[in-house]
Design a binder for this molecule. Structure first.
Ligand SMILES: Cc1cc2nc3c(=O)[nH]c(=O)nc-3n(C[C@H](O)[C@H](O)[C@H](O)COP(=O)(O)OP(=O)(O)OC[C@H]3O[C@@H](n4cnc5c(N)ncnc54)[C@H](O)[C@@H]3O)c2cc1C
Length: 394
């Protein structure tokens, strides 16, 4: 079996932009593995759920985004043998490689919330996080005139979890403008005591929750769903509470990394299943030729597409440096959690691993909601994504 040079598992934001970057830097032999025929720019899913974008705005055929010169193996990894440096795929094929990069993202943990998947199938629960359901969110939200509506932010690990507030706050603004907000009982279920854990961002968000009259259930999560009664059982350290007769719930499932990572002995822990890497160099502490980035990597910061811009640059540099025995570069944990505070203003929330402000535009306060930031996030970033980020140019 002739080993591949660099084998990248995952064709999401991480896998495609890393492959493009490596090829641009002159790597001769780069292959990506991924089963999906469609590539999605996920941040726009929240704008679809908020009535500000269509699915067609965020989807492209995968064959159009895999970079020229990169082999695309349209299959799904089911096992990794880290000592032998091989991966085995659903088709039964086994591939060997010299360098293995893991970036398969997260998978829904439906078993964590009994009844939730049935409620999605019934249609009274949907969310921006489950793309098959996303186009139904805004028609349901915008048709509400009265009743109880529930939104959730998923617990970690989750993909840029605080952005699940975008559909909530865009909908509240819409309901206020159309005069129905006072007739709606809006509930928000947060996994922690506050929305982001960043004091300045939380201050802005708490003001927004107050002004829209949202009741916030803190340190809480959905324990189970009764699809027939349209009821959600919410658990918190204070006990259980049942929210019944729910007209609509934007309830995000819980997530974990794919199980084959833990089965290969590559995970930090069995519950999250995230790939154990040095959060600064992105290299496995046990296997020097295995690396990881993106939502599936334990990098001790909130995962986001913005974080990937930095991770891709660091990992590409480190693969080259490792080959030459040079010192490795370090990722500072930069991440971003853009949240729409109204239909046209957005808070960027750019921070480093310690939660310190880390603005991309020098001196710009990342905790100040601004209109231009909304336009940038909705209209400019998607263009940068397709034209530059996925082509390894950022
Ligand atoms: C609703 C939503 C809104 C978001 N909003 C923002 C935002 O506003 N700003 C921001 O910066 N970030 C945002 N994010 C986060 C951002 O989209 C993710 O951090 C980013 O997409 C992660 O990329 P990834 O490649 O690590 O994972 P993914 O995008 O999940 O890609 C993983 C890929 O691996 C493939 N794969 C899975 N299992 C296997 C396997 N066994 N074998 C081979 N391939 C496999 C999958 O098919 C997929 O193509 C949002 C995410 C979501 C879900």
């Amino acid at each position: 079996m002739e080993p591949r040079g660099v084998l990248i598992v995952g064709t999401g934001n991480a896998g495609v932009s890393l492959a493009a970057r490596l090829l641009r830097d002159g790597a001769p032999d780069v292959a990506v593995v991924g089963p999906q025929p469609v590539h999605r720019y996920k941040p726009l899913l929240n704008y679809v759920a908020g009535g500000e974008a269509r699915m067609a705005d965020l989807e492209r055929p995968m064959r159009d985004v895999v970079p020229d010169g990169c082999e695309w193996i349209r299959d799904s990894v089911e096992a990794v043998d880290p000592a032998a440096m091989t991966v085995t795929m659903r088709s039964g094929r086994t591939l060997a490689c010299s360098t293995l990069v893991l970036c398969p993202g997260l998978v829904e943990d439906w078993a964590a919330t009994p009844g939730l998947q049935e409620a999605y199938a019934d249609g009274w629960v949907a969310s921006s996080y489950v793309p098959g359901s996303t186009p139904t969110v805004w028609p349901r939200l915008s048709a509400l005139r009265a009743g109880r509506v529930v939104f959730t932010v998923p617990p970690e690990p989750a993909s840029c979890a605080p952005t699940a507030l975008k559909p909530l706050l865009m909908a509240c603004d819409h309901w206020r403008r159309t005069g129905v907000l006072a007739d709606l009982e809006v509930r928000l279920v947060l996994p922690g005591p506050t929305a982001t854990g960043l004091p300045r961002a939380d201050e802005v968000l708490e003001r927004a929750f107050d002004s829209y009259g949202i009741e916030v259930l803190r340190d809480s999560r959905i324990e189970r769903v009764d699809p027939d009664a349209h009821a959600l059982t919410i658990s918190s350290p204070a006990g259980r509470r049942v929210l019944d007769d729910v007209a609509f719930a934007h309830a995000v499932p819980h997530y974990r990394a794919p199980r084959w990572i833990a089965d290969a002995g590559l995970a930090t822990d069995a519950r999250s299943g995230l790939v154990d890497v040095d959060p600064r160099t992105l290299r496995s502490p046990r296997y020097g030729s295995i690396w990881a980035l993106g939502d599936a990597a334990a990098v001790q910061t909130r995962p986001s597409g913005g974080a990937l811009r930095r991770q891709v640059a660091v990992l590409a540099a480190n693969l080259a440096a490792a080959g030459r025995g040079k010192p490795l570069r370090e990722y500072d944990g930069y991440t971003v959690m853009p949240i729409t505070v109204s239909r046209r203003t957005l808070l960027l929330n750019e921070v480093d691993r310690g939660g310190r402000p880390s603005p991309s535009v020098p001196l710009l306060d990342p905790f100040e909601p601004r209109r231009w930031q909304w336009w940038f996030d909705r209209y400019v970033l998607p263009r940068i994504y397709w034209r530059r980020i996925l082509r390894g140019r950022v």
